[in-house]
Design a protein around this ligand. Sequence first.
Ligand code: PGA
Length: 257
Amino acid sequence: MKKFLIVANWKLHGSINMISNFFEYMKLYTSMDLEQNIVIAPPTVYLERIYKKIEKTNIVLGAQNVDINIEGSFTGETSISMLKEIGVRYVIVGHSERRLWHHENSELIAKKIYLIKKFNLIPILCIGETKEDKKNNATKKTIIKQLNDIIAVLGSSVFQNIVIAYEPIWAIGTGLASDPKTTQLIHEFIKNYIRTYDSSISNVLVQYGGSVNPKNAKLFISQPDIDGLLVGSASLNPKEFLKIIQIAYNIYKSKNI
Ligand code: PGA
């Protein structure tokens, strides 16, 4: 089966009740022979509760954020060693909502990636253009800048053991998903860009995110260079999320790459 990754980004959603209903429904999933291709990234406060529900399954735990310090006087923060200790395997970084609302810049994102990798966890680096960039035909320019900013701090070997999530900002939470064929070309571009930068890196997973739902998931997953999905609102509904997983499983199984 082709390697793929479906990530549920719950953002600031969830409750104790919602979590029990969600995992009651997700029990159906355990009948599929998946290999840790599903990640749930809940709010930090629920990570441990969810870990207890998934530790004997193939679902793995993701965090939505991490601090750049390991310990100390940093009120309100959570460190990478704490996340690792409670079972987190993936950490989302550079999400446009954090770049926008928390003013996270490339330098900070690079520091987070450095720490995540140092602790042998896997960063999911989100990149993508604004509506304005798209209108100005500047999608590739924006992506190159976002990648180059990270390479400038950490070198191109940063792309070993990393997942990239291409998330056009105008498609996030709007119900207006990107066109799958155009998305395929952008994913191909991202992979080629990284490869020409460093030919030794050939296995970067590139996910698509932005208004993915059970109706459009197949169109994305059928593209050769789309290696998974970062799902926001549809991942809060276990029925919808499970449908997306089933679609992914069937298609990637037949891809056999
Ligand atoms: P969405 O969010 O699926 O609700 O558009 C995706 C994301 O922001 O990761």
